[in-house]
Design a protein around this ligand. Structure first.
Ligand SMILES: Cc1cc2nc3c(=O)[nH]c(=O)nc-3n(C[C@H](O)[C@H](O)[C@H](O)COP(=O)(O)OP(=O)(O)OC[C@H]3O[C@@H](n4cnc5c(N)ncnc54)[C@H](O)[C@@H]3O)c2cc1C
Ligand code: FES
Length: 254
């Protein structure tokens, strides 16, 4: 069916941490097709903000026809979304991008900061043994929900929760082992994970984030550098919104 623009009704919204919101939307035709690692573009009702905001899918419930988005308020768009109440409508376009290429191998799922939410849907979908490594700045969110899917290991910058440091420190400290890594988080974290995976000789898929405009592959606002030449642009670039956001780490330059 491909991507669709729909008016999604808010089922519920709650604040789950400082400036972090969980928004559940009734979005049947999108939920029906969506997979872990994809995202939706969420539109503002303010006509002066024409560009939609990309937000990953934290949960896809195909039976109920709902999508859950977990996001941090950083600017005007996300602030507006945080004020949506049950019963109201918001325009969304999706599902966008590709998903994680799921393999039946012992997996390490790694989420850092606001890159944690999409790993929850992946943890639910993956049918294999899983270790889950979550990196927080300070405050925990979603950790309890991950525990039903695998063993969780935590790092925090201030050392209040788990290992003091980052996700690689947690992997080393706890001796976490796996045959494939799936990761989402800030670029410096992904850079470290790519280096770690190469050192260990294991497959690594990363979900990348870049400022976006169209969100559908038309404007080239979101390109990243790649090892190989792209079929669309004939240069060493790929569009994160359309060709990603998930890439094999070895394909992209970070
Ligand atoms: C594929 C993808 C998935 C994402 N998933 C999540 C998620 O699950 N939860 C979450 O909290 N955040 C997520 N983000 C980041 C989120 O899109 C930005 O925080 C949001 O667009 C900021 O909008 P704003 O109006 O509040 O902020 P402003 O800073 O006012 O935004 C101004 C403009 O910059 C763009 N922009 C700003 N920051 C980003 C960013 N980091 N990435 C892309 N565009 C940006 C906005 O879309 C907008 O057009 C994701 C980004 C991408 C690319
Ligand atoms: S945001 Fe326009 S090509 Fe990706």
């Amino acid at each position: 069916m491909g991507k669709l623009k729909i008016k999604a009704q808010v089922v519920r919204q709650e604040c789950i941490g400082t400036g972090i919101y969980s928004l559940v939307l009734k979005a049947e035709p999108i939920a029906e097709q969506a997979v872990a690692g994809q995202f939706v573009s969420v539109y503002s009702s303010d006509g002066s903000k024409l560009l939609p905001r990309p937000i990953s899918l934290c949960d896809i419930d195909k039976e109920k026809g709902t999508l859950r988005l977990v996001y941090r308020v950083v600017g005007a768009g996300t602030k507006e979304f945080s004020q949506l109440a049950a019963g109201e409508y918001v325009d969304i376009l999706g599902p966008l991008g590709n998903g994680f290429m799921q393999e039946k191998k012992k997996a390490i799922l790694i989420g850092g900061g606001i890159g944690i939410p999409p790993m929850l849907e992946l943890a639910k979908e993956l049918d294999c043994e899983k270790s889950i490594v979550l990196g927080y700045r300070d405050e925990l969110f979603l950790k309890d929900e991950f525990e039903q899917y695998g063993t969780c290991y935590v790092s925090s910058e201030d050392g209040k929760h788990g290992v003091k440091g980052n996700v690689i420190d947690a992997i080393k400290e706890y001796g976490v082992k796996g045959d494939i890594i799936y990761a989402c988080g800030p670029t410096p974290m992904l850079r470290g994970i790519k280096a770690y995976a190469m050192e260990q000789g294991i497959t690594c898929e990363i979900s990348m984030e870049e400022r976006m405009a169209c969100g559908i592959g038309a404007c080239l606002a979101c390109v990243c550098k790649t090892k190989d030449v792209d079929d669309h642009s004939m240069v060493h670039n790929r569009r994160i919104c359309k060709d990603g956001p998930v890439f094999y780490a070895e394909e992209v330059e970070l």
